[in-house]
Design a protein around this ligand. Structure first.
Ligand SMILES: [Zn+2]
Ligand SMILES: [Zn+2]
Length: 273
């Protein structure tokens, strides 16, 4: 399994000084496994999708907030004639997956519609689990305004869990602990410091200490914090990272091969499991 965190910025894209190391592109994770290329979310990170060869492409949306769908119009594979792209999203109110995308990709908000792109987008009103070849995609509900999905993607006895846009809430957290049980990589919302979180309850995001707790209770082997706050610059994120590593509490953060156990996702970070 090859995981590329194409976008880890939350809420809105950022750029400029202090936004280099952790990147400014919004939510998108690419998982390449077997003959599948699975994209989780379509934030602006999806614009930098690498060449995935002949792998079958699918996109799974956690939820339709703008920062998770904003890159879709510039997804390079939309420009490939007859390229099949399977797009999965949960029905939202009266909106099907196709209608959700249609809200964004249609005039007057955007000059063209999904059907106008050369690729062949196949929309699915998501019902999990979904199996594609040897890849299994499972999900549970996220704790986030308007709802959302936490994904677990499994291939060949390896797995990743993607819990972005998730507000830690102790009564509900046990479900995530069970869902993340023993996973190789937990990608977890760590947008706010504990102090910031005090004024932002109900926004649907967490502080890193919650991720560390989920990691320890679930036995997840590695954590990458995602959904970096747009106001947090590189030096600030490095400090948050050091504090999270301290909470995790081992002398050595990592296995000695340069891969940290506890870290904030870097710009276009690649993790091979
Ligand atoms: Zn978000
Ligand atoms: Zn959201």
């Amino acid at each position: 399994m090859r995981i590329t965190i194409l976008g880890a910025r939350g809420s809105i894209p950022t750029e400029g000084e202090g936004m280099i190391e952790f990147g400014g592109s919004t939510s998108c994770v690419l998982i390449e496994a077997g003959d599948q290329a699975v994209f989780l979310d379509a934030g602006t990170g999806i614009m930098n999708a690498p060449d995935v060869g002949t792998k079958q492409i699918s996109i799974f949306l956690t939820h339709p907030h703008l920062d998770h769908i904003l890159g879709l119009p510039f997804f390079p594979y939309l420009q490939q004639k007859n390229k099949r792209i399977d797009f999965y999203a949960k029905r939202s109110g009266t909106h099907s997956a196709k209608e959700l995308v249609g809200e964004v990709l249609s005039p007057p908000l955007w000059p063209c519609r999904a059907d106008d792109y050369p690729a062949d987008i196949v929309f699915h009103d998501m019902a999990l689990p979904v199996r594609m070849g040897d890849v299994l995609v499972e999900g549970i509900a996220s704790n986030h305004p308007g709802g959302g999905t936490v994904y677990r993607v499994t291939f060949s006895q390896r797995s990743v869990v993607y819990a972005t846009d998730y507000e830690y809430d102790p009564p509900k957290a046990s479900e995530l602990v069970e869902f993340a049980r023993g996973t190789d990589l937990l990608m977890m919302d760590g947008q706010y410091t504990r102090d910031e979180l005090e004024g932002k309850r109900g926004y649907g995001h967490s502080a890193p200490e919650s991720g560390i707790r989920i990691m320890k209770e679930s036995g997840a082997k590695m954590i990458r914090f995602v959904h970096h706050d747009p106001m947090h610059r590189d030096d600030f994120l490095r400090r948050m990272e050091a504090e999270a590593a301290e909470l995790y509490g081992t002398d050595e953060n990592g296995s000695g091969d340069g891969i940290k156990t506890v870290a904030f996702a870097r710009k276009e970070e690649v993790i091979i499991l």
